[in-house]
Design a protein around this ligand. Structure first.
Ligand SMILES: [Zn+2]
Length: 126
């Protein structure tokens, strides 16, 4: 992970899940994917992740190809988007007596995301 330079934050359009988006070669693309492609001269093999965990960052030095093991660490992180869940799912999680890992798997979010819902660190308004 290279941190020699600071983040380059995308100032324009961002998606609902917080990633920068732009038009590139006639297609709507994530900015960090375009930045990766231009820097490395080839499209990313899989998902491109920001090692700085800043979703708007398009500094190519912060971008890692998702087939490195970091993708696993990233997927277990706490910063998966909360709004992947619907309000109904949040209520279901809070009512459920299933283990958190099972709920996480069921709803496609991280365990810490489920924990935050259960502990009311997220979705406080519900
Ligand atoms: Zn960055």
């Amino acid at each position: 992970m290279t941190t020699t330079t600071s983040c380059h934050l995308w100032p324009h359009y961002r998606t609902r899940n917080g990633f920068g988006q732009c038009r590139y070669r006639g297609k709507i693309e994530y900015v960090h994917r375009v930045a990766y492609q231009r820097f490395h001269g080839r499209p990313p093999q899989r998902a491109v992740l920001q090692s700085c965990r800043n979703r708007l960052c398009c500094n190519p030095h912060h971008l890692v190809d998702g087939d490195r093991h970091s993708v696993i660490k990233y997927a277990r992180g706490t910063d998966l988007p909360q709004h992947k869940l619907t309000e109904e799912q949040v209520r279901t999680i809070r009512r459920s007596d299933q283990p958190r890992w099972r709920l996480a798997k069921r709803f496609g979010v991280s365990v810490s995301c489920v924990s935050n819902v259960v502990l009311r660190k997220s979705w406080k308004h519900l």
